[in-house]
Design a protein. Structure first.
Length: 452
């Protein structure tokens, strides 16, 4: 072996070590995916046997072995239908053997992670007898990099990256209303900015309620059709939304066209069944701190609080068909906030919990979904802001992390797409007043008023 060959090998080894340390994504695409595929291919049978994911040979194979005087066949592991490399790991599609269950594979994911030397392994059942294993080669949540190409659709926003390397979407047509919890400095604001920035590019009306004097949402005012920064204005805004909802229902009722000659597919039951030229603009309502709307100190404030919670519950129960979607955010969300809170929680299908300070908040988010999700939410460390647990009423959940988006970046996106801000007559009184954009860009802080 010549010195040039030795130097080349040494260079390759040093490059691989540096990439694995500084750029794990690059290391995976250059070296890691090959090594991982070879490990899976050569260790698969023995690993499945050690993890208890094999079944004894069938009777006809045992009978054939006895008749032909051959050795007893070995136990059978699930058959690999496909192995596909991705930018973050490997995806294995397995065909289960008779007698096996998808739960057996899910229970063995941690052992599979160690056996195949992968960072993480998750499983999900695609259909009866077919399970998909998603293996990640490195910590994709440590430095979030969203893929260049994502699936885009109306009312569907890519907001974060899941721990298995897949993109986490906030799909309002599939999950109309959502609850987002998070303590101070947990990353909740960054998640909200990603959500607003994604919605800003679509034909949707944004309505904000920010009772922290507007420090979070008012810098993004150019893309909002209505904003409120105190409970009194929030009550008036919610009642105006209820009036808007009633008007939309009247429009749907007038355009249902239920006659014998109208096909079933053309009968209107919500705004998405209406023709494009008369379809009302969908509305997304973002409540930044729900506890400020539920707290009270006097009898008058208690009456206002009851009207606010009643309006939110009505919007959650009836708003979907009218194209009104709720995104409730808060640091604390528990039954001690008063009557109506648990009723509101029951209507919020999508749940996202960042780091919380108490188990009660985690239980309020996931207690009726999955105990494992509650445990995962309270175990989020303080040094990983942005990491969250996302779940829904189906019981499924996953760890996610939104890419860091500064307030300046979110403001720039909202300013760029301010021409998409619709004017809703019922909400005209709550339209934020903004000054014309200056020629020079001035950095914004959280305390900057809505003059960006």
């Amino acid at each position: 072996m010549t010195w040039s060959t030795v130097a080349l090998l040494l260079l390759v080894v040093v490059t691989a070590v540096l990439l694995r340390w500084r750029r794990p994504a690059w290391y995976w695409m250059t070296f890691g995916v090959t090594f991982a595929a070879l490990r899976v291919a050569f260790r698969y049978a023995s690993v499945m046997d050690a993890c208890g994911l094999t079944v004894p040979p069938s009777r006809w194979r045992l009978s054939l072995a006895r008749m032909t005087n051959r050795p007893v066949p070995e136990p059978q592991a699930p058959r690999i239908l496909r192995m596909r490399p991705t930018r973050t790991g490997l995806v294995l599609r397995l065909k289960l053997r008779p007698g096996q269950d998808a739960f057996d594979v899910a229970a063995a994911t941690d052992r599979l992670r160690h056996s195949f030397a992968m960072y993480g392994v998750t499983s999900r059942e695609l259909r009866s007898g077919v399970v998909e294993l998603r293996m990640t080669g490195y910590d994709v949540l440590k430095r979030v990099q969203m893929p260049a190409k994502v699936d885009r659709a109306p009312m569907r926003v890519p907001v974060a990256l899941r721990e298995d390397g897949a993109v986490h979407y906030r799909d309002y047509r599939a999950v109309p209303h959502g609850l987002t919890l998070g303590a101070t400095e947990s990353g909740k604001s960054v998640y909200q900015r990603n959500l607003v920035a994604g919605l800003a590019t679509q034909d949707v009306a944004l309505v904000g309620i920010d009772c922290k004097q507007g420090v979070e949402l008012f810098p993004l005012a150019r893309r909002f059709s209505a904003l409120a920064d105190n409970p009194d204005t929030a009550l008036e805004l919610l009642e105006a939304l209820l009036s808007h909802m009633e008007n939309v229902y009247q429009l749907i009722r007038a355009e249902q066209r239920i006659t014998v000659n109208v096909p079933d597919a053309e009968i209107a039951a919500d705004i998405w069944d209406l023709p494009d030229d008369i379809r009302p603009t969908p509305v997304v309502v973002l409540v930044d701190e729900v506890a400020e709307l539920a707290l009270f100190a006097t009898k008058e404030e208690e009456k206002r609080r009851d009207r606010i919670i009643t309006a939110l519950v009505r919007l959650a129960q009836l708003g979907r068909a009218a194209g009104i979607y709720l995104e409730i955010c808060g640091q604390r969300f528990g039954s001690e906030l008063g009557k109506g809170i648990t009723m509101l929680r029951a209507q919020l299908t999508g749940r996202t919990a960042h780091r919380v300070n108490d188990e009660t908040s985690a239980n309020m988010a996931f207690g009726d979904i999955s105990p494992d999700a509650v445990l995962a939410a309270i175990q989020i460390p303080t040094d990983t802001p942005g990491v969250a647990v996302a779940g829904d009423s189906t019981g499924g959940w996953a760890r996610i992390r939104a890419p860091h988006t500064s307030l300046r970046q979110a403001v720039n996106i909202c300013n760029r797409y301010d021409d998409r801000t619709p004017d809703l007559p019922e909400l005209a009184a709550f339209r934020p007043t903004v000054v014309p954009l200056a020629s020079g860009a001035v950095p914004l802080s959280k305390a900057t008023p809505a003059t960006a």
